[in-house]
Write a protein that binds this ligand. Structure first.
Ligand code: EPZ
Length: 422
């Protein structure tokens, strides 16, 4: 097993190129199931979750090519013939649920293993299934599998999501794309990743109104597959926010390139509250950190509010703040597993239900820590950048799910971080 070894450095300096967004790439790869052509995707990040989904599609008979041109991945689902996504793959990545909507819409049947919970929470998919049933699907849960059929195809209808769900919105948008008639989704997710999916479908002949709002109207093609032109995945706003936090916690000026500042409004605003200032252009962000970090109150909510995927990283920064910060996690029931690892490094954090109280100004000491989930992993790396001594972050297979060459990017701005084998 690999681990990351991090040693404290005085400061970081230089540029970090942001990769394509993992959470945009996953629905966009699933979207190729709706295509009648081989689809070319630019800026797909090299992370484990993307490889997992591509492998899942190839197990179903599709093919993909990431080797001919490192900047372009082609995905050809015209040869897709199987509609059962097996447990072995789905258990490693719950976002596999994203193939349910498109496969069901295209073939009229689909079996996907129930994703099961994950470290950060139970993460049910009841809203996905309820919406598909409203569109005419028949859903059975048998032996841990979702068995969905729609022999007469899916019918457009009015869907109202009880909760805002990112992959739920993406799944239903893709199902509605091939449905008969018009589907409206009320209380739709507005994350940039959902917006890009809608924009590309719209450009491919699936007329979608309300893109970027909480009410989407999708005009289905009545089963006709679509032609999808080459597109480039939007930058990863969570990767970008993570490196901004690296600048803030280490009091370093770093510049992010190939980034989309407008996707980071809440994150930048919170870092400004903590004392940093920023220089931005259309596709770059430079953080000018303050020596003193102000304590803050953070509540995680759906986009465009403060993202839950940045909660752990900000907690690491808050351990160095001047004063006491409060972080309330409102989306997931168990997204504080980084707390005990940060406490082992000397952080002064107390938990009360979904609220963490972080007493700042503590000196962190390097030690062996264990990654528990994707974003917790990056929080431990951030803490390691400023901890005294050596920090070894173990189980970094969590990190590799969603960060493209993290240690290389940090090495390039002067961090003392290496990937070693246990
Ligand atoms: C997406 O997960 C992201 N993953 C997550 O990022 C992110 O944390 C999350 O959205 C929230 O922003 C991908 O896009 C691949 P949800 P998703 O459905 O879609 C509840 C990362 O670190 N819910 O928006 O699975 C659910 O339990 C990952 O990159 C239901 O109750 O999240 C949660 O409390 C982690 N029933 C809330 O809604 C459902 O059917 C939001 O979940 C669906 C969701």
């Amino acid at each position: 097993m690999k681990y990351l070894q991090i040693k404290r450095v005085n400061s970081l300096n230089g540029q970090i190129k942001i990769s394509g967004a993992k959470n945009a790439s996953l629905p966009l790869i699933a979207m190729t199931i709706l295509a009648k052509n081989s689809v070319s995707i630019k800026n797909l990040p090299h992370v484990a979750d993307i490889n997992t989904l591509l492998k899942l599609l190839s197990n179903l008979g599709a093919s993909f090519d990431r080797d001919s041109n490192p900047d372009i991945t082609t995905v050809d689902t015209t040869t897709l013939h199987d509609t059962k996504a097996n447990y072995e793959i789905v258990k490693t990545m719950r976002a596999s649920i994203l193939v349910l909507g498109p496969i069901l819409a295209r073939f009229g049947h689909c079996e996907v293993s129930l994703p099961g919970g994950c470290a950060i929470g139970q993460r049910p998919v009841d809203l996905h299934l309820k919406a598909l049933e409203q569109m005419g699907a028949h859903i059975d849960i048998k032996a841990g599998y979702i068995e969905a059929t729609a022999p007469n195809g899916l019918k457009g209808c009015e869907i109202i999501f009880d909760k805002i769900t990112v992959t739920g919105t993406a799944n239903i948008v893709m199902a509605a794309a091939l449905a008969d008639g018009i589907t409206t989704i009320t209380n739709a997710a507005r994350e940039p990743e959902v917006v890009q999916l809608c924009e590309i479908l719209n450009a491919s002949g699936v007329n979608i109104d309300g893109i970027g709002t909480a009410i989407l109207t999708i005009h289905g093609t009545s089963g006709k597959l679509i032609n999808i032109d080459e597109f480039s995945v939007i930058p990863d706003r969570i990767e970008a926010g993570t490196y901004l936090c690296a600048g803030a916690i280490s009091r370093s000026e770093v510049t992010l390139t190939d980034v989309e500042p407008k996707h980071l409004g809440a994150v930048i605003s919170k870092l400004e509250e903590m004392g940093s200032s920023f220089t931005m252009t259309e596709d770059t962000i430079t953080i000018h950190p303050s020596e003193t970090i102000n304590a803050v109150k953070i509540v995680t909510q759906e986009y465009p509010a403060f993202p839950t995927d940045m909660q752990a990283q900000f907690m690491a920064v808050a351990t160095q703040a001047n004063g006491t910060s409060i972080i309330e996690e409102k989306l997931f029931e168990n997204r504080f597993m980084h707390v005990s690892e940060l406490q082992r490094m000397g952080a002064d954090i107390s938990l009360n239900g979904h609220t963490a109280t972080i007493t700042g100004g503590t000196k962190l000491s390097g030690t062996d820590v264990m990654a528990t989930d994707l974003r917790a992993s990056s929080a431990l790396v951030l803490a390691g950048l400023i901890a005294d001594g050596v920090t070894d972050v173990h189980r970094i297979y969590h990190l590799d799910r969603g960060y493209d060459a993290l240690e290389v990017k940090l090495q390039n701005v002067g961090a003392d971080i290496v990937r070693l084998s246990e």
